[in-house]
Structures are given as C-alpha cells and as structure tokens.
Design a protein around this ligand. Structure first.
Ligand code: IMP
Ligand code: MG
Length: 178
C-alpha cells in the first residue's frame, strides 16, 4: 500500500471533485462561443485534465504537450519540448492545463513558446499553486488550490514517477525522500 508513505492528506478527493466542478463551470461561462483549445502539460496534468474537461460543457478541443527542464539551466528557464502540438493554434483560445504552478518557469517558457504561433489568447489553469516559490512572473487564471511550500504527490503528481495514482493530494513522509 502506497498510502503508508503519506504523512497527511492535504486536499481530499471530495474537495478536488467539488472545486474542479466549479472551475469547469466558470471556464464554460468564460469561453462560451470561443471554442477553446485545452493544452495539457504531461505527465502531471493527466488526471486533472480528464476530470476538468468533463466539467466543461461547451464546444472545445484538446491536445497534450510534454516538456522537461534542462538540468542546470533553471536560471535561463530553458525547457525541452518532448512532445509538441500538431494542430495549428493561430487564432485559437488556448487554456494551458498544469498540475502545479511552482517556480512558474515551465509555464512561463511554454507561454512564450506558444505565443509565437499567434493564438488569440493564452490562459493558465492549474490544480495547485505554490505562490511562495514563484520565480517567473506568471499567475494562474484558474487555480483550484493554493498550497503551502510542501512537496506533494497524488492525483497525477509524482515523486520519482511514483504516487501519481493516489486519488487525493498528499504530503510525502520526509523519510521517503531523505
Ligand atoms: P515549475 O516550473 O517550477 O513551476 O514546476 C514545474 C513542475 O515541477 C510541475 O509541473 C511539477 O511536475 C513539478 N513539481 C513542482 N512542485 C511539485 C510537488 O510538490 N510535487 C510534485 N511535483 C512538483
Ligand atoms: Mg508537471
């Protein structure tokens, strides 16, 4: 059981479900008639994206991107694109979907990377937000939960590729990563 590695539950399944439902409803109101294009940032987004999109009841489409940070280049904010979009996004209203906004470096890079293709707009929807750790000048347009500066796993988020399958957001026991 992976549950024994969790110190405490930070956001429960019920809280996640209720919040995503209201964020999905808000996006549906804000983007009515705009045919938004959801861009999920793999892998962390996969559960959030699936649940969020089922709470959106307007015409829309979606795809995924996969990115990784170049080690040692955090200060430049360089990010490696491992999987790009295939569709032409010029004139489209993009909604980038992320698991967590931490330093903000990944999303900040992605935003400027996609801006070159001239979408009509780019918004950011994140499940979690750790504003205390922000380095890049970026804010989420839709944020489900603001959390303190703790390392969290579950609901798509990993530690060394494990724990993504937990149905809630939990804080890992420190002995797991020390
Ligand atoms: P940023 O570029 O620093 O904003 O963070 C990008 C990525 O770091 C996120 O998309 C996550 O994949 C990962 N990350 C940041 N904080 C956590 C955490 O507490 N748990 C798991 N992954 C995290
Ligand atoms: Mg991520």
């Amino acid at each position: 059981m992976i549950e024994k590695d969790i110190q405490r539950i930070l956001v429960s399944e019920e809280e996640i479900r209720a919040k995503i439902s209201s964020v999905g409803a808000k996006i549906s109101r804000d983007y009515e008639g705009k045919d938004p294009f959801f861009v999920g940032v793999l892998k962390g987004c996969f559960i959030f994206m699936a649940d969020l999109m089922r709470c959106v009841d307007i015409r829309c489409s979606m795809d995924f991107m996969a990115v990784s940070s170049y080690s040692g280049t955090n200060s430049t904010g360089a990010v490696k694109i491992n999987k790009d979009l295939r569709e032409d996004i010029a004139g489209r209203h993009l909604i980038l979907v992320e698991d967590i906004l931490d330093s903000g470096i990944t999303l900040n890079y992605l935003k400027s990377y996609l801006t070159i293709r001239q979408p009509a707009s780019i918004a950011v929807a994140t499940l979690l937000d750790k504003p205390a750790r922000r380095k890049a000048d970026i804010k989420a347009d839709y944020s489900c939960f603001e959390i303190p500066d703790a390392f969290v796993v579950g609901y798509g988020l990993d530690y060394n590729e494990r724990y993504r399958n937990l149905p809630y957001i939990g804080v890992l026991k420190p002995e797991i990563y020390s």
